[in-house]
Design a protein around this ligand. Structure first.
Ligand code: GDP
Length: 296
């Protein structure tokens, strides 16, 4: 599960600190050295680690903390608060348009879990009594349309397609009209993945963006790729103005570096976390719960 290594290391550091009746500046410095190493080992972005440690130290090495009854606990609370902030502070909710349908554009590299996450998101919307439509905009990967159709059938959500001979921009436009005509309140547009950030495909997704005017542009990134996921997010964000990130494969990510860096580096909040290949409703990402889980 995510954060295994980081979690046990931090629990170890803070276990020692919590047990102390008095905490000296040296104790805090020593603990922060260990936290720094633990974060770097978890593949958290170097600059993010530096800022994080500076912020915690600034608050922890204050007279009030040192004099408090349970200084170790106070330091842990500060770390908890800063970890939460690092991941976006509060839960970042999915947009809802005043003028339905709410349009959600899915972007990401091939294999990140875009199609799977589209279905999981549709299932979440279904659970919340919405009427989503999925649009099959990936005409390049063989069987991508079929994959979405199969998933749609499995969860009971219709999939709009015009096959693979029409341009994705036209498909998106027609799909949106279809959603309006049929009373769908959410539209999820699955787009073509790419192996690398590629100018032609990026231009295409920008065009889809222009014709559908999405309320959400969600980037799907694979948490298991660590800092690479953060780099991908940064590149996409510079070209597409993302509104949020879906972090997939957290079930296989034992380090957690992407989850802890993506918001701080890109400014873009993690809206959902995905685990497993089975189509379950996508889980909203809760920074505060995640921080508590890391600290145990
Ligand atoms: P796309 O190319 O971005 O559309 O990626 P797919 O949705 O086809 O997913 C690629 C592979 O990753 C598939 O085998 C999925 O079953 C798998 N996958 C997607 N999301 C997750 C996840 O959260 N956890 C795990 N373990 N596998 C996932």
């Amino acid at each position: 599960m995510a954060f295994e290594g980081l979690s046990s290391r931090l629990q170890n550091v803070f276990g020692k600190l919590r047990g102390k009746g008095k905490v000296s500046e040296d104790d805090v410095n020593e603990a922060m050295r260990e936290v720094r190493l633990a974060l770097l080992e978890a593949d958290v972005n170097f600059k993010v680690v530096k800022d994080f440690i500076a912020k915690v130290k600034e608050q922890a090495i204050g007279a009030e903390v040192m004099k408090s009854f349970t200084p170790g606990m106070v330091v842990v609370d500060i770390v908890n608060k800063e970890l939460t902030e690092l991941m976006g502070g509060t839960q970042s909710k999915l947009a809802k348009s005043n003028k339905p349908p709410t349009v959600i554009l899915m972007a990401g590299l091939q294999g990140a879990g875009k199609t799977t996450s589209s279905a999981k998101l549709a299932k979440l919307l279904l659970k919340d009594k919405h009427k989503p439509l999925m649009i099959a905009g990936d005409i390049y990967r063989p069987a991508a349309i079929k994959q979405l159709q199969v998933l749609g059938e499995q969860i009971g959500v219709p999939v709009f397609t015009l096959g693979d001979q029409t341009s994705p921009v036209d498909i998106a436009r027609a799909g949106l009209q279809h959603a309006k005509d049929n009373g769908h309140d959410y539209v999820i547009i699955d787009t073509a993945g790419r192996l690398h950030i590629d100018e032609a495909l990026m231009a295409e997704i920008r065009q889809i963006h222009d014709v559908t005017n999405p309320d959400e542009v969600l980037l799907v990134v694979d948490a298991m790729t660590g800092q690479e996921a953060v780099n991908v997010a940064q590149s996409f964000h510079s070209q597409l103005e993302l509104t949020g990130v879906i972090l997939t494969k957290l079930d296989g990510d034992t380090r957690g570096g992407a989850a802890l860096s993506v918001k701080a580096v890109t400014g873009c909040p993690i809206k959902f976390a995905a685990t497993g290949e089975k189509i379950e409703p996508l889980e909203p990402f809760h920074p505060e719960r995640m921080a508590s889980r890391i600290l145990g």
